[in-house]
Design a protein around this ligand. Structure first.
Ligand code: IPD
Length: 290
């Protein structure tokens, strides 16, 4: 198995530096623009932090490629190839960032041959750095992480997201999914407003499962490997193999819980990340869903 530790350590150091920029801006007034919906926001800091991260990594590794949330919003294609590629969300939880709701993260995944080799999620406000490298375990601020191992859906805290979609089909599907889970029943349903940090709660054992429809590859690529390396399972909402471009995910502390959630929740149609052109033009809506 290849050792990507040097690259991982570099990624951690740039994530920490970028975290300082996010934290400084967190307290300040922001200028907000809309992307695909009235709840899909971007600020100057999202764009600036992505540029800082890409410039630093490119300076160190000039041959590497990038998939960045804000570069894609500006018109770049999502193209995952076999080349070393960094998948970046400069601020996961932009709505939280705008409102100073204290859960925002920098999410960085590194892929080779289309496989994620390591993931970094830096939750800046509470200074929690999650990371995992394939085959080498998952860690929070250097301490090993382990999922809860819960197998009984009735004993689970399940995390999900409301998402940015506001059309009737997406909203009714999202709310009815929560309704059916609560009726099973589960112990509780939670949403922190950042997919990356939500998923890290499963890796840390504070929640037992996570599911989401409509997020993007940059929201979950890093946290998916963190959950897997913490002993959890990550699948598509239809029960098939996880595909980071499909915009559907279930992550759980056990295969039993993951497949039970797959039986209960319904998807709504979303275009794959690698099929779509997301262009954000100064507050105009982009096209990112069917
Ligand atoms: C969003 C967050 C949010 C989720 C959305 C994502 P962003 O990412 O992860 O929790 O519900 O689907 O797009 O836009 O803040 O990077």
């Amino acid at each position: 198995m290849a050792d990507w530790t040097e690259y991982l350590n570099f990624g951690i150091s740039v994530a920490k530096q970028a975290g300082e920029v996010v934290l400084t801006a967190f307290q300040q007034q922001k200028e907000v623009k809309l992307k695909s919906s009235p709840a899909d926001l971007v600020t100057e800091t999202d764009q600036r932090v992505e540029k800082i991260l890409i410039a630093a990594i490119r300076n160190q590794y000039p041959q590497h490629r990038f998939i960045g949330e804000e570069s894609v919003a500006a018109g770049e294609r999502v193209e995952l190839t076999d080349h070393p590629t960094w998948i970046i969300d400069p601020i996961d939880g932009t709505v939280n960032f705008v409102h100073r709701f204290p859960f925002v993260a920098i999410s960085i995944a590194f892929t080779v041959n289309k496989q994620v080799e390591f993931g970094i999620v830096y939750s800046c406000v509470d200074d929690k750095l999650f990371h995992a490298q394939r085959g080498r375990g998952a860690f929070l601020n250097g301490e090993p992480l382990r999922v809860s191992g819960q197998e009984d859906i009735n004993q689970c805290v399940v995390v999900t997201e409301i998402g940015a979609e506001r059309d009737d089909l997406a909203l009714s599907t999202m709310t009815s999914n929560i309704f059916r889970l609560l009726k099973l029943p589960v112990h509780g349903v939670r949403a922190l407003g950042t997919a990356a940090v939500d998923m890290c709660q499963v890796a840390a054992g504070g929640a037992d499962a996570y599911y989401h429809i409509g997020m993007h590859c940059w929201d979950i690529a890093a946290s998916a490997i963190i959950i897997q390396e913490a002993g959890g399972v990550v699948i598509d909402t239809d029960g098939s193999e996880f595909d980071m471009m499909s915009r559907r995910v279930i992550a759980a502390s056990s295969a039993a819980v993951a497949s039970r959630i797959a039986q209960v929740i319904w998807p709504f149609p979303c275009r794959r990340d690698d099929e779509v052109h997301h262009k954000c033009v100064h507050g105009e809506t982009g096209v990112d869903r069917l």
